[in-house]
Design a protein around this ligand. Structure first.
Ligand code: MRU
Length: 363
């Protein structure tokens, strides 16, 4: 993606391996939309921390970051007598950084199955994993743009653009490509409390000049009931074999609304988001994040031009902060994948056959 970093226009993915300095680098998503800054991770521990703190976020991007992180661990411990146990520790630390997005586990397992598991091979494989996600994002765009017509109103949730998917995006990719083809439409962007990923969606849409309006998550029912939404496209953090999806909290609300109002409801994702070992959404572990995310908001003060954190509540108030919810497959119209727009029955067969070489690791 094109980004202005330190006053220079550069082409960068969301996360990459810097071979000159032998470190993992990533765009710091906690600074978007106010600043574009690069965050450096010299060791796998810093990469795990960056995933945990959402400096990098979006299921496929954190999968790529985890793959790079494990490759870093292979480099770090290569000459150690305890290589195996140290790789196991690194694997677990990276895996536990964010539990819901399966891309993270798929990325780690992809590195574990490197033959032989040595530094250069592991890095090459991490790069392969990341590049494949980016390529799939582009394909998702080509395939999914056919669902979009001029004059449509599209609603999207969370952020599914280039930063979330190494490059190109998942649900945002069809929207961008349809616009680049000359179709003219409007996008409702859910703000997506508490982390307000809608800021990033709006930031990316602004870069392409795509017509959009940010709405509070709780306003989506209002616009839908007024007949102002023709199509809902969003991403996924884990897709189980029966087609259930875990996605950003608030997705289930939208799916129920879409079903009530007969609005097509699509999820777009790369193959790294498919969970080969889980049968249904009931078995997905939902990440509960620090409740400080609900209690406080952060943003840029325009007068001081720097980031501010403010509390919305007093200290005695209690909160709960589930980061994802599960939407059952019967509420999903279709799955926009790099292999086509699939229905529930095509999903498992198509994705399982194509990526059967991503096997579960033994760590
Ligand atoms: O918690 P986040 O910001 O990492 O959320 C993940 C997401 O970006 C979304 O849930 C998205 O829809 C799937 S990732 C393209």
């Amino acid at each position: 993606m094109k980004l202005e970093i330190d006053g220079k226009l550069t082409d960068r993915p969301a996360v990459w391996w810097d071979s000159t300095n032998a470190i993992v680098r990533m765009i710091d998503q906690t600074k978007i939309p106010f600043q574009v800054e690069v965050h450096n991770c010299p060791t796998y521990r810093e990469t795990a921390q960056a995933i945990k703190k959402m400096i990098i976020r979006g299921a496929p991007s954190i999968g790529a970051a985890a793959a790079y992180g494990l490759a870093q661990a292979v480099r770090e411990f290569w000459n150690s007598d305890e290589f195996e146990s140290q790789i196991k520790t690194a694997y677990n630390e990276l895996l536990e950084a964010r539990p819901t997005a399966v891309d993270l586990q798929n990325g780690l397992d992809f590195i574990c199955t490197t033959e032989p598991l040595e530094p250069e091979n592991a890095l090459n494989r991490a790069q392969l994993f990341a590049n494949r996600i980016a390529e799939e994002g582009q394909k998702i765009g080509q395939i999914g743009k056919e669902l979009i017509n001029t004059n449509m109103n599209i609603l999207t949730h969370c952020h599914t653009g280039a930063l979330a998917l190494v490059d190109h995006g998942s649900a945002l990719s069809p929207i961008i490509q349809a616009w680049q083809d000359g179709k003219r439409f409007h996008v409702y962007v859910d703000e997506t409390r508490p982390r307000v990923q809608g800021r990033m969606t709006a930031w990316e849409l602004c870069q392409y000049g795509i017509n959009h309006t940010v709405i509070c998550d709780s306003a989506s029912g209002f616009f839908i009931s007024q007949g102002k939404v023709d199509l809902i496209i969003l991403g996924a953090d884990r897709v189980t074999r029966n087609g259930d999806i875990a996605n950003k909290i608030g997705t289930y609300n939208l799916a129920v609304l879409a079903s009530r109002h007969k609005i097509p409801f699509y999820t777009a994702f790369p193959t790294s988001t498919f969970d080969y070992s889980t049968l249904t959404g009931k078995d997905i572990v939902i990440e509960h994040r620090d409740t400080i995310e609900v209690k406080q908001v952060s943003g840029c003060s325009q007068t001081l031009n720097r980031n501010h954190i403010v509390s919305l509540y007093t200290d005695e108030v209690k909160f709960s902060n589930p980061a994802f919810d599960v939407t059952p497959s019967d509420l999903i119209t279709g799955y926009i994948t790099p292999n086509g727009i699939l229905n529930k029955s095509q999903l498992e067969k198509t994705l399982f056959n194509r990526h059967s070489h991503i096997t579960k690791g033994t760590k």
